[in-house]
Write a protein that binds this ligand. Structure first.
Ligand code: SF4
Ligand code: SF4
Length: 408
Protein backbone atom coordinates (compact mmCIF):
# COMPACT_ATOMS: atom_id res chain seq x y z
CA UNK A 1 0.00 0.00 0.00
CA UNK A 2 1.13 3.51 -0.72
CA UNK A 3 2.57 5.21 2.35
CA UNK A 4 0.41 7.89 3.90
CA UNK A 5 2.76 10.64 4.81
CA UNK A 6 2.21 12.09 8.25
CA UNK A 7 4.83 14.82 8.29
CA UNK A 8 3.56 16.33 11.50
CA UNK A 9 4.53 13.19 13.34
CA UNK A 10 8.14 13.79 12.39
CA UNK A 11 10.48 15.52 14.81
CA UNK A 12 11.66 18.09 12.27
CA UNK A 13 9.76 18.86 9.11
CA UNK A 14 10.29 21.93 6.96
CA UNK A 15 8.59 22.36 3.61
CA UNK A 16 10.39 24.50 1.10
CA UNK A 17 9.32 27.16 -1.36
CA UNK A 18 11.78 27.08 -4.27
CA UNK A 19 9.89 29.80 -6.16
CA UNK A 20 8.44 31.69 -3.18
CA UNK A 21 4.88 32.74 -3.86
CA UNK A 22 5.24 33.12 -7.65
CA UNK A 23 2.49 31.35 -9.57
CA UNK A 24 1.10 31.19 -13.09
CA UNK A 25 -2.42 31.24 -11.63
CA UNK A 26 -3.99 33.81 -9.35
CA UNK A 27 -6.74 31.93 -7.52
CA UNK A 28 -9.01 34.37 -5.70
CA UNK A 29 -8.66 32.67 -2.33
CA UNK A 30 -4.91 32.02 -2.39
CA UNK A 31 -3.32 32.83 0.97
CA UNK A 32 0.19 32.73 -0.42
CA UNK A 33 0.29 34.98 -3.52
CA UNK A 34 0.38 38.12 -1.44
CA UNK A 35 3.52 36.99 0.39
CA UNK A 36 5.38 38.59 -2.54
CA UNK A 37 4.77 41.85 -0.66
CA UNK A 38 7.12 40.64 2.07
CA UNK A 39 9.89 40.36 -0.52
CA UNK A 40 9.50 43.43 -2.69
CA UNK A 41 13.27 43.79 -2.79
CA UNK A 42 13.47 40.42 -4.60
CA UNK A 43 11.10 40.55 -7.57
CA UNK A 44 12.47 37.20 -8.74
CA UNK A 45 11.77 34.77 -5.94
CA UNK A 46 14.12 31.99 -6.81
CA UNK A 47 16.01 29.70 -4.45
CA UNK A 48 19.71 29.67 -5.30
CA UNK A 49 21.70 26.47 -5.77
CA UNK A 50 23.84 27.45 -2.81
CA UNK A 51 20.82 27.78 -0.53
CA UNK A 52 19.36 24.55 -1.89
CA UNK A 53 22.50 22.65 -0.98
CA UNK A 54 22.65 24.21 2.48
CA UNK A 55 19.03 23.28 3.10
CA UNK A 56 19.31 19.73 1.84
CA UNK A 57 22.47 18.94 3.78
CA UNK A 58 21.16 20.53 7.00
CA UNK A 59 17.71 19.07 6.69
CA UNK A 60 18.94 15.53 6.22
CA UNK A 61 21.57 15.99 8.91
CA UNK A 62 19.00 17.15 11.46
CA UNK A 63 16.67 14.17 11.10
CA UNK A 64 16.41 11.65 13.89
CA UNK A 65 14.63 9.06 11.77
CA UNK A 66 15.91 6.83 8.96
CA UNK A 67 13.41 8.31 6.46
CA UNK A 68 13.47 11.93 5.35
CA UNK A 69 10.50 13.62 3.72
CA UNK A 70 11.00 16.66 1.52
CA UNK A 71 7.98 18.70 0.48
CA UNK A 72 8.23 21.19 -2.38
CA UNK A 73 5.57 23.81 -2.16
CA UNK A 74 4.62 27.09 -3.77
CA UNK A 75 3.59 29.31 -5.37
CA UNK A 76 3.71 27.06 -8.37
CA UNK A 77 6.59 24.67 -7.93
CA UNK A 78 6.79 23.73 -11.63
CA UNK A 79 7.78 27.27 -12.52
CA UNK A 80 11.27 26.15 -11.56
CA UNK A 81 12.87 24.19 -14.40
CA UNK A 82 13.20 20.43 -14.29
CA UNK A 83 16.96 20.90 -13.96
CA UNK A 84 16.36 22.40 -10.49
CA UNK A 85 14.64 19.25 -9.27
CA UNK A 86 17.26 17.05 -10.92
CA UNK A 87 19.75 18.98 -8.83
CA UNK A 88 17.58 18.32 -5.78
CA UNK A 89 17.77 14.57 -6.38
CA UNK A 90 21.51 14.73 -6.97
CA UNK A 91 22.07 16.63 -3.71
CA UNK A 92 19.76 14.35 -1.76
CA UNK A 93 21.79 11.36 -2.94
CA UNK A 94 25.01 13.09 -2.02
CA UNK A 95 23.89 13.89 1.54
CA UNK A 96 21.55 10.94 2.23
CA UNK A 97 24.08 9.11 4.39
CA UNK A 98 22.11 5.87 4.18
CA UNK A 99 18.75 7.45 4.90
CA UNK A 100 15.70 6.86 2.73
CA UNK A 101 14.55 10.02 0.98
CA UNK A 102 10.93 10.70 -0.03
CA UNK A 103 9.69 13.68 -1.98
CA UNK A 104 6.24 15.27 -2.26
CA UNK A 105 5.57 18.14 -4.60
CA UNK A 106 2.49 20.31 -4.62
CA UNK A 107 1.37 21.77 -7.95
CA UNK A 108 -1.63 23.35 -9.61
CA UNK A 109 -1.12 20.78 -12.36
CA UNK A 110 -1.31 23.18 -15.30
CA UNK A 111 2.36 22.95 -16.29
CA UNK A 112 2.74 19.17 -16.18
CA UNK A 113 4.29 17.59 -19.27
CA UNK A 114 5.44 14.11 -20.25
CA UNK A 115 8.93 15.10 -19.22
CA UNK A 116 7.90 16.18 -15.72
CA UNK A 117 5.86 13.01 -15.26
CA UNK A 118 8.74 10.80 -16.39
CA UNK A 119 10.94 12.49 -13.80
CA UNK A 120 8.38 12.02 -11.00
CA UNK A 121 7.84 8.38 -11.93
CA UNK A 122 11.54 7.58 -12.18
CA UNK A 123 12.25 9.16 -8.81
CA UNK A 124 9.05 8.03 -7.05
CA UNK A 125 7.85 11.51 -6.19
CA UNK A 126 4.34 11.91 -4.84
CA UNK A 127 2.51 14.70 -6.65
CA UNK A 128 -0.27 16.65 -4.94
CA UNK A 129 -2.57 18.36 -7.41
CA UNK A 130 -4.84 21.20 -6.39
CA UNK A 131 -8.23 20.70 -7.97
CA UNK A 132 -11.52 21.95 -6.61
CA UNK A 133 -13.86 19.35 -8.01
CA UNK A 134 -15.85 19.45 -11.27
CA UNK A 135 -15.21 22.19 -13.83
CA UNK A 136 -17.87 24.62 -12.66
CA UNK A 137 -16.60 24.54 -9.06
CA UNK A 138 -12.94 24.52 -9.95
CA UNK A 139 -13.14 27.42 -12.40
CA UNK A 140 -15.05 29.65 -10.01
CA UNK A 141 -11.88 30.65 -8.19
CA UNK A 142 -8.92 28.89 -9.82
CA UNK A 143 -8.07 31.27 -12.66
CA UNK A 144 -5.02 33.07 -13.99
CA UNK A 145 -4.34 36.83 -13.78
CA UNK A 146 -6.33 37.44 -16.96
CA UNK A 147 -9.29 35.61 -15.44
CA UNK A 148 -8.93 32.56 -17.67
CA UNK A 149 -10.07 29.31 -16.06
CA UNK A 150 -7.65 26.46 -15.46
CA UNK A 151 -9.73 23.27 -15.18
CA UNK A 152 -8.98 21.90 -18.67
CA UNK A 153 -5.23 22.33 -18.22
CA UNK A 154 -5.32 20.72 -14.78
CA UNK A 155 -7.19 17.71 -16.14
CA UNK A 156 -4.64 17.40 -18.96
CA UNK A 157 -1.95 17.35 -16.28
CA UNK A 158 -3.77 14.71 -14.23
CA UNK A 159 -4.17 12.54 -17.33
CA UNK A 160 -0.43 12.77 -17.91
CA UNK A 161 0.26 11.70 -14.32
CA UNK A 162 -2.03 8.73 -14.83
CA UNK A 163 -0.48 7.88 -18.20
CA UNK A 164 2.97 7.75 -16.59
CA UNK A 165 1.72 5.93 -13.51
CA UNK A 166 2.87 8.67 -11.13
CA UNK A 167 1.63 8.50 -7.53
CA UNK A 168 -0.66 11.51 -7.02
CA UNK A 169 -3.35 12.79 -4.74
CA UNK A 170 -5.98 15.50 -4.99
CA UNK A 171 -6.18 18.54 -2.78
CA UNK A 172 -9.43 20.45 -2.84
CA UNK A 173 -10.29 23.69 -1.17
CA UNK A 174 -13.80 23.75 0.24
CA UNK A 175 -15.18 27.25 -0.12
CA UNK A 176 -18.47 29.14 -0.06
CA UNK A 177 -19.23 28.12 -3.66
CA UNK A 178 -18.60 24.38 -3.72
CA UNK A 179 -19.31 23.44 -0.09
CA UNK A 180 -22.98 22.74 -0.71
CA UNK A 181 -22.25 19.94 -3.20
CA UNK A 182 -20.27 17.27 -1.35
CA UNK A 183 -21.75 14.34 -3.27
CA UNK A 184 -21.00 15.82 -6.70
CA UNK A 185 -17.57 16.73 -5.43
CA UNK A 186 -16.79 13.27 -4.19
CA UNK A 187 -18.19 11.51 -7.26
CA UNK A 188 -15.93 13.67 -9.40
CA UNK A 189 -12.80 12.55 -7.54
CA UNK A 190 -13.85 8.96 -7.89
CA UNK A 191 -14.51 9.37 -11.61
CA UNK A 192 -11.04 10.76 -12.22
CA UNK A 193 -9.47 7.88 -10.30
CA UNK A 194 -8.24 9.90 -7.34
CA UNK A 195 -8.02 7.57 -4.33
CA UNK A 196 -6.21 9.89 -1.93
CA UNK A 197 -8.10 13.10 -1.33
CA UNK A 198 -7.52 16.05 0.96
CA UNK A 199 -10.36 18.48 1.55
CA UNK A 200 -9.31 21.71 3.24
CA UNK A 201 -11.74 24.38 4.43
CA UNK A 202 -10.84 27.92 3.45
CA UNK A 203 -11.28 30.63 6.05
CA UNK A 204 -9.66 34.04 5.72
CA UNK A 205 -10.29 37.48 7.12
CA UNK A 206 -9.57 40.75 5.39
CA UNK A 207 -7.06 43.16 6.90
CA UNK A 208 -5.35 45.84 4.82
CA UNK A 209 -1.62 45.93 5.55
CA UNK A 210 0.51 48.94 4.62
CA UNK A 211 2.71 46.74 2.39
CA UNK A 212 -0.18 45.66 0.15
CA UNK A 213 -1.16 42.37 1.77
CA UNK A 214 -4.86 42.08 2.49
CA UNK A 215 -5.30 38.98 4.66
CA UNK A 216 -5.29 39.19 8.46
CA UNK A 217 -2.67 37.45 10.54
CA UNK A 218 -4.06 35.27 13.33
CA UNK A 219 -3.12 38.07 15.77
CA UNK A 220 -5.19 40.68 13.99
CA UNK A 221 -8.88 41.32 14.40
CA UNK A 222 -9.68 41.32 10.67
CA UNK A 223 -12.24 43.71 9.26
CA UNK A 224 -14.47 41.03 7.85
CA UNK A 225 -14.55 37.46 6.66
CA UNK A 226 -13.42 37.01 3.06
CA UNK A 227 -16.40 36.17 0.82
CA UNK A 228 -14.94 32.90 -0.38
CA UNK A 229 -14.73 31.49 3.17
CA UNK A 230 -16.76 28.41 4.00
CA UNK A 231 -19.25 28.88 6.86
CA UNK A 232 -19.22 26.54 9.90
CA UNK A 233 -22.65 25.23 8.88
CA UNK A 234 -21.51 24.51 5.34
CA UNK A 235 -18.38 22.78 6.59
CA UNK A 236 -20.32 20.59 9.00
CA UNK A 237 -22.87 19.59 6.37
CA UNK A 238 -20.15 19.01 3.79
CA UNK A 239 -18.23 16.65 6.07
CA UNK A 240 -21.28 14.75 7.30
CA UNK A 241 -22.73 14.20 3.82
CA UNK A 242 -19.35 13.26 2.40
CA UNK A 243 -18.79 10.84 5.26
CA UNK A 244 -22.17 9.18 4.64
CA UNK A 245 -21.20 8.60 1.02
CA UNK A 246 -17.75 7.29 1.88
CA UNK A 247 -18.73 4.98 4.73
CA UNK A 248 -21.27 3.09 2.60
CA UNK A 249 -18.80 1.43 0.25
CA UNK A 250 -15.45 3.18 0.06
CA UNK A 251 -13.64 2.50 3.35
CA UNK A 252 -10.24 1.05 2.48
CA UNK A 253 -10.60 2.00 -1.21
CA UNK A 254 -10.72 5.80 -1.10
CA UNK A 255 -8.70 7.67 1.50
CA UNK A 256 -10.00 11.01 2.71
CA UNK A 257 -7.33 12.54 4.86
CA UNK A 258 -9.64 14.14 7.38
CA UNK A 259 -11.53 10.90 7.99
CA UNK A 260 -8.30 8.92 8.39
CA UNK A 261 -7.03 11.56 10.79
CA UNK A 262 -10.24 11.49 12.78
CA UNK A 263 -9.94 7.73 13.13
CA UNK A 264 -6.28 8.15 14.13
CA UNK A 265 -7.33 10.48 16.95
CA UNK A 266 -10.10 8.08 17.95
CA UNK A 267 -7.52 5.35 18.52
CA UNK A 268 -4.91 7.66 20.01
CA UNK A 269 -2.50 7.72 17.07
CA UNK A 270 -0.88 10.78 15.53
CA UNK A 271 -3.24 12.21 12.87
CA UNK A 272 -1.94 12.84 9.35
CA UNK A 273 -3.36 16.35 9.22
CA UNK A 274 -1.83 18.98 11.47
CA UNK A 275 -5.10 20.81 12.11
CA UNK A 276 -6.33 17.87 14.23
CA UNK A 277 -3.05 17.32 16.07
CA UNK A 278 -2.63 18.31 19.74
CA UNK A 279 0.23 20.69 19.10
CA UNK A 280 1.77 22.62 16.23
CA UNK A 281 5.35 23.59 15.62
CA UNK A 282 6.62 20.50 13.81
CA UNK A 283 6.01 21.87 10.33
CA UNK A 284 8.06 24.90 9.37
CA UNK A 285 8.50 26.65 6.06
CA UNK A 286 11.68 27.62 4.24
CA UNK A 287 11.22 30.55 1.89
CA UNK A 288 13.22 30.99 -1.33
CA UNK A 289 15.75 33.28 0.40
CA UNK A 290 16.35 31.12 3.47
CA UNK A 291 13.80 32.71 5.82
CA UNK A 292 12.17 30.14 8.06
CA UNK A 293 8.64 30.55 9.47
CA UNK A 294 6.67 28.70 12.12
CA UNK A 295 4.13 27.24 9.68
CA UNK A 296 2.90 27.60 6.10
CA UNK A 297 -0.18 29.39 7.44
CA UNK A 298 1.93 31.67 9.62
CA UNK A 299 4.21 33.19 7.02
CA UNK A 300 3.98 36.64 8.56
CA UNK A 301 6.87 38.81 9.81
CA UNK A 302 5.66 38.19 13.37
CA UNK A 303 6.26 34.45 12.96
CA UNK A 304 9.65 34.47 11.28
CA UNK A 305 12.13 32.29 13.16
CA UNK A 306 15.24 33.47 11.35
CA UNK A 307 17.22 32.75 8.23
CA UNK A 308 19.15 29.61 7.40
CA UNK A 309 22.19 31.74 6.49
CA UNK A 310 22.33 32.92 10.11
CA UNK A 311 20.94 30.05 12.17
CA UNK A 312 20.61 26.32 11.66
CA UNK A 313 17.29 24.63 11.05
CA UNK A 314 17.67 22.86 14.39
CA UNK A 315 18.24 26.15 16.22
CA UNK A 316 15.15 27.65 14.63
CA UNK A 317 12.79 24.66 14.74
CA UNK A 318 13.74 23.76 18.32
CA UNK A 319 13.90 27.36 19.53
CA UNK A 320 11.89 28.42 22.56
CA UNK A 321 9.81 30.54 20.26
CA UNK A 322 8.84 27.65 18.03
CA UNK A 323 8.22 25.38 21.03
CA UNK A 324 5.92 28.03 22.45
CA UNK A 325 4.18 28.38 19.10
CA UNK A 326 3.60 24.64 19.08
CA UNK A 327 2.38 24.39 22.67
CA UNK A 328 0.13 27.39 22.31
CA UNK A 329 -2.30 25.34 20.27
CA UNK A 330 -3.11 23.34 23.38
CA UNK A 331 -2.50 25.93 26.06
CA UNK A 332 -4.59 28.68 24.51
CA UNK A 333 -7.71 26.55 24.18
CA UNK A 334 -10.77 28.28 25.57
CA UNK A 335 -12.83 26.63 28.31
CA UNK A 336 -15.47 25.49 25.83
CA UNK A 337 -12.85 23.40 24.03
CA UNK A 338 -11.24 22.11 27.21
CA UNK A 339 -14.62 20.83 28.31
CA UNK A 340 -15.69 19.59 24.88
CA UNK A 341 -16.42 15.88 24.52
CA UNK A 342 -14.65 15.90 21.16
CA UNK A 343 -11.49 17.71 22.20
CA UNK A 344 -9.50 14.47 21.71
CA UNK A 345 -10.51 14.46 18.03
CA UNK A 346 -10.59 18.15 17.24
CA UNK A 347 -7.93 19.73 19.43
CA UNK A 348 -9.47 23.10 18.63
CA UNK A 349 -8.42 22.73 14.99
CA UNK A 350 -5.98 25.21 13.46
CA UNK A 351 -5.08 28.24 15.61
CA UNK A 352 -5.30 30.33 12.45
CA UNK A 353 -9.08 29.97 12.61
CA UNK A 354 -9.52 30.73 16.31
CA UNK A 355 -11.09 34.14 16.08
CA UNK A 356 -14.62 33.36 17.26
CA UNK A 357 -15.95 33.68 20.80
CA UNK A 358 -17.35 30.91 22.96
CA UNK A 359 -20.88 30.72 24.39
CA UNK A 360 -19.51 32.51 27.49
CA UNK A 361 -17.91 35.26 25.44
CA UNK A 362 -14.35 33.95 25.79
CA UNK A 363 -12.19 34.68 22.75
CA UNK A 364 -10.13 32.04 20.95
CA UNK A 365 -12.83 29.64 19.77
CA UNK A 366 -12.37 28.17 16.33
CA UNK A 367 -14.60 29.81 13.75
CA UNK A 368 -15.44 26.35 12.34
CA UNK A 369 -16.31 24.88 15.76
CA UNK A 370 -19.99 24.33 15.02
CA UNK A 371 -19.17 22.42 11.83
CA UNK A 372 -16.55 20.23 13.48
CA UNK A 373 -18.79 19.50 16.45
CA UNK A 374 -21.58 18.42 14.12
CA UNK A 375 -19.16 16.20 12.20
CA UNK A 376 -17.63 14.49 15.24
CA UNK A 377 -21.05 13.85 16.77
CA UNK A 378 -22.27 12.42 13.47
CA UNK A 379 -19.34 10.05 12.92
CA UNK A 380 -18.88 8.96 16.56
CA UNK A 381 -20.78 5.62 16.30
CA UNK A 382 -18.86 4.67 13.16
CA UNK A 383 -15.54 5.76 14.62
CA UNK A 384 -16.28 3.77 17.80
CA UNK A 385 -16.94 0.71 15.68
CA UNK A 386 -13.83 1.13 13.53
CA UNK A 387 -11.74 1.70 16.65
CA UNK A 388 -12.99 -1.59 18.13
CA UNK A 389 -12.16 -3.39 14.89
CA UNK A 390 -8.68 -1.89 14.75
CA UNK A 391 -7.94 -2.68 18.36
CA UNK A 392 -9.07 -6.27 17.78
CA UNK A 393 -6.76 -6.60 14.80
CA UNK A 394 -9.60 -6.56 12.26
CA UNK A 395 -9.94 -4.16 9.30
CA UNK A 396 -11.97 -1.01 10.00
CA UNK A 397 -13.58 -1.56 6.59
CA UNK A 398 -15.83 -4.09 8.38
CA UNK A 399 -17.88 -1.04 9.25
CA UNK A 400 -19.53 -1.25 5.82
CA UNK A 401 -20.90 -4.74 6.48
CA UNK A 402 -22.06 -3.70 9.94
CA UNK A 403 -24.02 -0.83 8.42
CA UNK A 404 -25.62 -3.13 5.86
CA UNK A 405 -26.64 -5.48 8.66
CA UNK A 406 -28.16 -2.57 10.56
CA UNK A 407 -25.75 -2.98 13.48
CA UNK A 408 -24.83 0.71 13.53
S1 SF4 B 1 -0.97 26.53 12.79
FE1 SF4 B 1 -2.57 25.38 11.71
S2 SF4 B 1 -1.66 24.85 9.73
FE2 SF4 B 1 0.02 25.41 11.12
S3 SF4 B 1 0.74 23.50 12.08
FE3 SF4 B 1 -0.81 24.40 13.44
S4 SF4 B 1 -2.73 23.45 12.83
FE4 SF4 B 1 -1.28 23.13 11.16
S1 SF4 C 1 -15.58 20.97 18.44
FE1 SF4 C 1 -15.48 23.15 18.99
S2 SF4 C 1 -15.47 23.16 21.24
FE2 SF4 C 1 -14.96 21.07 20.58
S3 SF4 C 1 -12.71 21.08 20.57
FE3 SF4 C 1 -13.43 21.57 18.48
S4 SF4 C 1 -13.43 23.81 18.36
FE4 SF4 C 1 -13.34 23.23 20.54
Amino acid sequence: MKPIFAPFARPLYVMSKPIGSACNLACDYCYYLEKANLYKQSPKQVMSDELLEKFISQYIGSQTMPEVLFTWHGGETLMRPLSFYKKVVELQKRYAGGRRIDNCIQTNGTLLTDEWCEFFRENNWLVGVSIDGPQEFHDEYRRNRQGRPSFIKVMQGINLLKKHDVEWNGMAVVNDYNADYPVEFYQFFKEIGCRYIQFAPIVERIFRHADGRHLATPLQPGDKLADFSVTPEQWGNFLCTLFDEWIKEDVGTYFIQLFDSTLANWVGEQPGVCSLAKTCGHAGVLEFNGDVYSCDHFVFPEFKLGNIHEKTLVEMMYSERQQAFGQDKQQALPKQCRECEFLFACNGECPKNRFAVTKDGEPGLNYLCKGYHQFFAHVAPYMDFMKRELLSGRPPANVMQAIREGKI
